[in-house]
Design a protein around this ligand. Structure first.
Ligand code: GDP
Ligand code: CA
Length: 312
């Protein structure tokens, strides 16, 4: 069986671990969000790709959900001692090695998809991890604060400002000119089913869907999504701030309508959201809290079973 899954960072990676456990023999291709990517200290950092790679490869900091296990921060402290900015983004010593290799390979002319494949040679995540695009796109957020109305990198709004300043607009800079990475459309075309994990619907899944050609390719497939919103709240994190920015309510119903029946064939919601409905979409309610590997595996198994029951 061939499965394609889209993924952001923590929510996506956790779900994918469950999906691997639920379908150990499946060929899983993951299309990862690169809108969060940022250049820091001259190094290209791809937080969502790395979160998926470390989580599935056994190198993640489990408590935090991002970054490396057994991490130290000597380089970060030394940079700070020189007064180097930014100091609000946490890069650990082990993590730095990944970004050094990536930057070196990109500078040598390798596309991000090949760099990611090379990094995965070490981590063996058990899925084929593809960036959504080899072209550089970045999510920027328009805010108004003491410095006036301006656009900041998504990471500055999310990590430095903790989304405390309302986002007036969220844009994927470079999207129109970006192409899906090699292998992406092929993998979608070959897929038996497509699963959307409970990743951020705006800055993770929404970003991937903005790469020209990806949404159209998905619309021809059987797609089942898992709601990232439970009872009106984004379980962990601040996805509500992103939804508000694009004028969408923080509810499983509103996210279902955002994706729409053109994209989704099935939608898994939490039991407290069982009234959710949309013409043309099969909605199923079940526990959706990924609070243990076992619970996560069962969520993924339910998403897969729904998808297989809907696929022609
Ligand atoms: P990020 O890139 O690290 O923000 O991660 P993702 O975009 O992949 O996922 C973040 C989203 O996962 C959050 O917006 C939450 O709504 C969702 N999420 C986190 N934990 C859970 C959970 O246990 N259950 C469900 N259904 N959603 C979750
Ligand atoms: Ca992310």
């Amino acid at each position: 069986m061939r499965i394609v899954s889209l993924a952001g960072g923590i929510g996506g990676a956790r779900f994918l671990r469950g999906l691997k456990a639920a379908a150990p023999d499946a060929e899983i291709t993951v299309i990862g969000n690169t809108g969060d990517d940022i250049t820091l200290f001259g190094l290209r950092v791809c937080p969502d790709l790395d979160t998926v790679m470390y989580t599935l490869g056994g190198g993640i900091n489990e408590d935090q959900g991002w970054g490396r296990a057994d991490e130290t921060f000597t380089v970060k402290e030394e940079l700070a001692a020189y007064g180097m900015e930014p100091q609000w983004f946490g890069l650990g010593d082990r993590d730095f090695a990944t970004h050094i290799i990536r930057t070196q390979m990109l500078a040598a002319g390798y596309p991000l998809s090949q760099v990611t494949e090379a990094l995965c040679d070490r981590w063996r995540p058990g899925v084929r991890l593809l960036p959504m695009s080899d072209d550089r796109t970045e999510t920027h957020v328009v805010i108004s604060d003491a410095e006036g109305r301006r656009a900041v990198h998504f990471q500055e709004w999310w990590v430095r400002l903790r989304a405390s300043v309302p986002a007036e607009q969220i844009l994927l800079v470079g999207a129109e000119d970006a192409a899906p990475a090699p292998g992406v459309l092929q993998a979608v075309g070959d897929a038996d089913v497509v699963i959307l994990p409970p990743s951020n619907p705006v800055v993770s899944i929404g970003t991937i869907l903005q790469i020209p050609g990806i949404r159209a390719a998905l619309e021809g497939k059987t797609v089942v999504g898992v709601s990232p919103i439970i009872g009106g709240a984004p379980v962990r994190g601040m996805a509500d701030a992103c939804l508000t920015a694009i004028g969408v309510e923080t509810s499983a119903q509103a996210v279902l309508e955002l994706y729409g029946s053109g994209l989704l064939d099935g939608w898994l919601v939490a039991e407290e959201d069982k009234g959710v409905a949309l013409d043309g979409v099969a909605v199923e309610a079940r526990p959706l809290l990924m609070d243990s590997p076992e619970a996560t595996r069962e969520i993924a198994a339910a998403a897969l079973a729904l998808a297989l029951s809907l696929s022609r």
